[in-house]
Design a protein around this ligand. Structure first.
Ligand code: ASP
Length: 335
């Protein structure tokens, strides 16, 4: 059981700089497995490369994520496979890794990685990140840790990690949590395990879920338009504890009456979304109308989770149970 499969999807790690800018390189994914240092990792019998795609990660779709999840599960069924490294663009790595974290059946280690600097760029970080990720997969403590993200010598939990810097190699962070561990030289050190990790096994997903950010002066028309455009679930990124302007509150009420679940997140990326404020548009007011509090504040995480949960149920109260795990149930007057 010492085989590691690297599943490549593209991203800067497989890109080069041309005259007009940085673009995917057709041999970029192959180069990923040709890192000489990979040959010297103890316990590694074999590296196999599987090219899933060679796309920039803003091009990644929910259907791609779903296909990737099934592929990774299939690879992990092979008894010889110790785990999988997924290479990806950094822009939406937090979405794809969280999608895998929620949907994969296997507990074998899966580590997602990427690069901030392209193949020919001075100080390129791709090869080192791949090396650290393979080391992480092979760590005896990695089993059952959930899907991880490993870049810049840090290991993060997919549920907690987010891209924080547009350009710096130290871009991935887990605000409010910190990394699970580090890779130092050839040693992998885990300091903790994510206790909030969950798995939601489903046969299908709902792709038509929108993520909308509110703003000061918002009159709710964008939210209503999304519902009219046929989105079946909406994640609404509010302020602070999960609050929105008054006209948006009216729109939330209208959209919920159409049977569309509205999950409230926050533009703050630390802390819990919680129904504290009862003024118009406050979290408690929205929840009274049937809105769901995401608890985990990051909108793009809630969007991934809602797509998966809606593959299991479209009932708003059932959906609520997946998002409000730490909020006491109270009477909700809507419908
Ligand atoms: N735009 C690139 C992508 O996400 C950025 C990267 O890989 O770092 O594909």
């Amino acid at each position: 059981m010492g085989k590691v499969v690297i599943v490549t999807t593209g991203g800067t790690i497989a890109m080069v700089k041309e005259r007009e800018g940085v673009v995917p390189y057709d041999k970029g994914n192959i180069l990923i497995s040709e890192i000489p240092e990979l040959r010297d990792i103890p316990g590694l019998d074999k590296i196999e490369l599987y090219e899933f795609a060679n796309i920039p990660s803003p091009h990644m779709t929910p259907a791609d994520m779903w296909r990737l999840s099934k592929l990774v599960d299939e690879i992990l069924e092979d008894e010889e496979v110790a785990g999988v490294v997924v290479t990806h663009g950094t822009d939406t790595l937090e979405e794809t890794s969280y999608f895998l974290d929620l949907t994969l059946k296997s507990e074998k280690p899966v580590v997602c990685t990427a690069a901030m600097r392209n193949i020919g760029e001075l100080g390129t970080d791709g090869p080192r990140n791949v090396l650290s990720s393979v080391r992480t997969v092979l760590s005896p403590q990695a089993y059952g840790m959930g899907v991880m993200v490993c870049l810049n010598d840090e290991i993060h939990a997919a549920r907690e990690v987010t891209k924080t810097y547009t350009s710096n190699v130290a871009t991935f962070d887990s605000p409010g949590y910190g990394p699970l561990g580090i890779v130092d030289e050839d040693v992998v050190i885990f300091n903790r395990k994510s206790l909030t990790r969950e798995r939601i096994l489903t046969d299908k997903i709902e792709e038509k879920v929108a993520l909308i950010k509110t703003f000061t002066g918002d009159n709710g028309s964008v939210l209503k338009a999304a519902a009219q455009m046929g989105y079946r679930g909406i994640v609404l990124e509010g302020f602070g504890r999960g609050n929105v302007p008054p006209d948006v509150a009216d729109a939330v009420g209208e959209v919920i009456k159409m049977g569309i679940p509205v999950v409230i997140t926050s533009r703050c990326f630390k802390g819990r979304v919680y129904p504290v404020y009862a003024y118009k548009g406050g979290g408690a007011d929205l929840r009274k109308m049937g809105a769901i509090m995401s608890e985990h504040p990051i909108g793009q995480k809630a969007k991934i989770k809602l797509m998966i949960v809606m593959g299991k149920t479209t009932d708003i109260e059932e959906i609520r149970t997946y998002f409000e795990r730490t909020i006491k149930r109270r009477t909700i007057e809507h419908g």
